[in-house]
Structure formats: C-alpha cells, structure tokens
Design a protein around this ligand. Structure first.
Ligand code: NAD
Length: 292
C-alpha cells in the first residue's frame, strides 16, 4: 500500500504538487495557513487537517513546502510541530528552498526522534509543479532517497541525489543564482531592444532559437512582452534565495561578482514595494535605471 502523506504548505507550489499526489492515488492530508487552500485540497480529493499536529500524527511521509528557514523551523520544532507529533520512523521531505545549514541541523535534530529527513528543493516554477516536470535536487541518505523515489517521480522529471544532508539546498542556491542572472540578462536585452525600436516579439522568438535561448526566456517571454508580473515566483522569495547563495558562497570563498549585482537589484525592487511581483519584474529595475 502507498505511504500516507502529510503535506504542509499549500501555496503556489504546494497546492498543485500535493494534488498531483492525490491524482496518483496517495492519501494526502494537508495543512496550511489559508482556509481557501485547505478547501481546494479537500475539493481535489485530499483531506484538510485542522492543525499541524493533526496532519502529521499518523503520516508515513511528511512533506513541507513553505517559504523559508524560519517557517521550516517553526513547523519542525514548534509545540504543534513535526518532532513533537510525528511518529518515529516517519520520513520528512522538506521541499522548501532554505539554507543548507538549516537542513543539516534539522536532519540531526530529527534523528534524535527517529525521524529521517531529506532536503529536496525543486526548480521549474508553478508551471513545472502543475505539469509535474520539476527538477528535484536531493540531499540525504541514499536509502531514504530510494524510499521517496516513487513520490518524487509523481512530482518531477529530473530527480537527482546530490549528496549528504544540505547538498540539495546548495544545488538549489546555485540554481537561483543562474535563474536570477539569466532573468537580468533577458531584462537588459528587452529594454535595449525596445529602445532601439526593434519588434520585441520577433526578437524574442529568434533569440529563443539560438544560443541565447533558455528555459527562462521561454517561460518568461509573455511576462516581458505583456509587462505581466503576477507571480509565479515572488521577488520576496528570490531575495531570500540570493541571500542564501551569497552567504553560502562567502563561507566557501567562492566569488559571485555578477550574482552580487543582481542580488542588489532584487533587493532594490523589494525595497521599492515590488516584493510581491514575479521575478521577471527585474525588467522594472532595468527600466528605471534606463529612464524607460
Ligand atoms: P507561497 O508563499 O505561495 O506558499 C507558501 C505556503 O506555506 C502558504 O500556503 C502558507 O500558508 C504556508 N505556510 C507558511 N507558514 C506555515 C506554517 N507555519 N504552517 C503551515 N503552513 C505554512 O510560496 P511558494 O511559491 O509555493 O514557495 C514555497 C517554497 O518553494 C519556497 O521556499 C520557494 O522559494 C520555493 N520555490 C518556489 C517556486 C515558485 O516558482 N513559486 C519554485 C521553486 C521553489
């Protein structure tokens, strides 16, 4: 029989991901802070829990998909949380993007309660979650990775164990560096092209077919063309991730000269009140710098 799953965090990513598990036949009990998201899971065939403790109590596998390290720590260590209430032998899969250090500490603390942990952050965005084609980068024990394999296969397409606890998060930090720099390059090209009077739709179409083509360009093209910055992936979250990669790189002595500049632009957008917009809104930062 399939493991019983508790899913904590039904946001932009967690809702479609948990629903894909329901569709695949899993018994999924969810908990999140918004009632409408709980209702949505129940409507899709899952179960809405009244509390975190109730959700995790008899779960075989607990998945967390929440914004950042503080939320993962509250859910894991709080009085209503996983370490107090989950059964010994349960497997905790944290799919949030958090600091590698938090993942390492969580694995250690949970082991004291007989709970195994994998860090398994994802890339592919809301579309990747809905279409179940996420890249899933995993840190933790091989045996736990193997046990979680069927669940990962429902949620994603490229699933790789990268090493011990925390290494999934380190790879995700690198992912966020590449994505941010790529969006920034596209945004600069868009402003340059428009100011030059070239048809932007035509330009982006042909750029997408050459070496400049990328998943970012393909997936964010309509955001750029329509100035549609509905998230997607919020600037607030990318700001958090640029902080994670900046700190992690400094701690190992890796230089991120371009990443550091893009991190400043992300921080500036947030400071100007644009934290709730999609990260393609880096276009706005370039427009402001260009007087556009
Ligand atoms: P979101 O803000 O849409 O959703 C977060 C969810 O967590 C909310 O439903 C909220 O209720 C829940 N939550 C927060 N604190 C909680 C608590 N204490 N108890 C229970 N639930 C709680 O965020 P998202 O875009 O779904 O992102 C989730 C994670 O996935 C983040 O770490 C993000 O960096 C990462 N991520 C997001 C994307 C994307 O494109 N949106 C892509 C890859 C990775």
């Amino acid at each position: 029989t399939l493991p019983k799953i508790a899913w904590i965090g039904l946001g932009i990513m967690g809702s479609p991901m948990s629903e894909n598990l329901v569709k695949a036949g899993y018994d999924v009990t969810g908990f999140t802070l918004e009632q409408d998201k709980l209702d949505r899971l129940a409507g899709a065939g899952g179960t809405a829990a009244g509390s975190l403790a109730e959700a995790v109590r008899d779960a075989d596998v607990i998945v967390t998909m929440v914004p950042a390290s503080p939320q993962v720590e509250a859910i894991a260590y709080g009085p209503d949380g996983i370490l107090e209430n989950a059964r010994s032998g349960a497997l905790l899969i944290d799919m949030s993007s958090i600091t590698p250090q938090t993942s390492v500490e969580l694995a250690k603390a949970a082991a004291g309660k007989g709970i195994r942990v994998l860090d398994a952050p994802v890339s592919g965005g809301e579309a990747g979650a809905i279409e179940a084609v996420l890249s899933i980068m995993v840190g933790g024990e091989q045996a736990d990775f193997d046990e979680a394999g069927p669940i990962f296969d429902v949620l994603g397409r490229t699933v790789v164990r990268c090493g011990p606890h925390g290494s999934g998060q380190t790879v995700k930090a690198a992912n966020q560096l590449i994505v941010a720099v790529n969006i920034q390059a596209c945004a600069e090209a868009v402003v340059f092209l428009e100011k030059s009077g070239v048809d932007l739709k035509a330009a982006l179409e042909v750029l997408g077919g050459g070496l400049a083509g990328s998943t970012v360009l393909t997936r964010k093209k309509d955001n750029f063309l329509g100035r549609d910055f509905k998230p997607g992936f919020r600037i607030d979250l990318h700001h958090k991730d640029m902080g994670i990669v900046t700190d992690a790189a400094r701690s190992v002595g890796a230089a991120l000269p371009v990443g550091a500049v893009v991190a400043q632009l992300v921080a500036s957008l947030r400071a100007q009140g644009d934290g709730g917009l999609d990260h393609s809104a880096l276009l706005r930062a370039v427009e402001r710098l260009s007087g556009a």
